[in-house]
Design a protein. Sequence first.
Length: 255
Amino acid sequence: MSEDTGPKICVENVSYRYSGLQALRDVSLEIPTHAITVLFGPAGGGKTTLLRLINRLNDLVDGTHMTGRIWLDGEDIYGPRVDLPTLRRRVGMVFALPLPLPGTVRENVIYGPELAGVADRAVQDEIVVRCLKQAALWDEVADRLDDSARSLSGGQQQRLCIARSLALEPDVLLLDEPTSGLDPISTAKVEATLEELKTDYTIVIVPHSIQQAARIADCAAFFLMGEMVEYRRGAEIFVNPHDQRAEDYITGRFG
């Protein structure tokens, strides 16, 4: 699944309940380094829940209960010594709707580094250029850095949100249906961006369609009603799934 030795993230027997609902049931998988891992399946399967658990975004949600462990580079991210701000810098997250911050394109990219104490203008400029290039946005906005981020198109705003996440130099990038509201051309640009980024980052994505999942997955996990049904290389699972439920979903018999 990856040329790197050892997985980047290990999910070990994770079950999760909230508001009396069982969102995940005994899920275990290893997410490889420098690859795109896709979590796919019908709505309500637990895919987004797992993303949020990897980033610990559910910590402040009342009425929840989790069992099992999630390891990042061999460290239990729910362990008592884990510093949450540090974890969330290492594990960035991009949501379905692009949510640029108020302010300019430049201000959006350097928001995180400024909070982290990066005040030198030259260093900030280097971060802006690097991250916009990594997000395949630099050529489109190089002369618009002082324009409002909200003046960009939807596809550009989503790539700006990716650039903003990259500014903190994370190890892992989590994406929850990042192209669900985009047109096909913008979607293709985001997908191409992710293919480039996996050279330097570990990417976990919930795609917005089975077609997108098949296009971009190095590894793919099929989720159904909180259960991880099948997990294999993308090139294998979409051509020859082993589980009948996965085959039925992939071939459009349900979902």
